[in-house]
Design a protein. Structure first.
Length: 277
């Protein structure tokens, strides 16, 4: 599976709204640049007509220059290896590549080698979810990671004491990448990952914690299914959406029997933690 990289040159005043609009047409990862935005989407989900229609809405308001290209797997890895810097979360977590030295001052050392999969720690939502994980119970808890990407959240869950770990993703590269990252971080044999969606989880499989760093539309559609797999007293971390979408996520969760525990934001991105009564 290849990805399409979109390069937009536009005024910083429109960065946030254009990013939100791109998320609505299945772009899943964004990087702000000095000139605008870089956005990424799975090639099979990319519809050029949708992008053209979106950009035409704003071209009479502000100048926008756009270009896109298909990224091969080797191009992404080369870019990663040339530019990746370790990520630090709350002074306790350090996410690094194999070519970085260990820093013993961090309690949790995570190794990541991404292959076009989302979740390196650089994105605000990954950082937000990891930060929340630090204060939630993991010891001997069964954890499910929805749309696992690199497996970074599952790996942290294991280091926090979780013993029964399940992740899944619709991207075959993400599944392969997660398996490799599991091995690099020496996760237990009870850590599993599969290619698919929440519908592939056994109906009677229950979890004490669920990690759902996806996007607004998937969360709204699938929160009822997450609740079916969540034990009473279990927690759900949701992220992958903007502050402007938080009210919709909270409404959906409350309608499905969850109660809000807390929320946090980082550069307009949001995370909300819920608990099942």
């Amino acid at each position: 599976m290849n990805y399409v990289e979109l390069e937009l040159q536009l005024s910083s005043e429109f960065t946030e709204i254009i990013t939100a609009e791109l998320a609505e047409i299945n772009f899943e990862s964004f990087v702000e640049t000095e000139e605008g935005i870089q956005a990424y989407i799975q090639e099979e989900l990319f519809v050029e007509a949708d992008l053209t229609e979106l950009l035409q809405k704003y071209q009479n308001i502000t100048p926008i220059t756009s270009s896109f290209q298909t990224l091969a797997r080797k191009n992404w890895n080369a870019e990663w290896e040339s530019s990746y810097q370790p990520i630090e979360v709350n002074g306790k977590i350090r996410v690094r590549a194999t070519f970085h030295a260990v820093d013993p001052s961090f309690e949790y050392d995570l190794l990541i080698q991404p292959k076009m999969s989302f979740g390196t720690g650089h994105h605000e939502t990954t950082w937000l979810v990891m930060n929340e994980q630090l204060s939630l119970p993991h010891q001997d808890v069964a954890i499910m990671d929805v749309g696992c990407g690199t497996g970074i959240l599952t790996i942290l869950a294991a280091k926090l004491g979780a013993t029964d770990l399940l992740g899944f993703d619709i991207d075959e590269w993400a599944v392969e990448n997660t398996q490799e990252n599991f091995q690099m971080n020496e996760l237990p044999e009870t850590a599993h990952v599969f290619l698919g969606t929440i519908d592939g989880v056994e109906a009677d499989k229950m979890f004490g914690g669920i990690l759902a760093n996806i996007n607004r539309n998937i969360l709204l559609a699938e929160i009822p299914k997450y609740v079916q797999h969540l034990l009473p007293g279990g927690w759900l971390i949701t992220s992958g959406f903007y502050e402007t979408d938080q009210a919709d996520i909270e409404k959906c969760a409350l309608e499905n029997g969850l109660k809000k525990v807390r929320s946090n934001t980082r550069n307009q991105w949001a995370t909300v933690v819920f608990e099942k009564a």
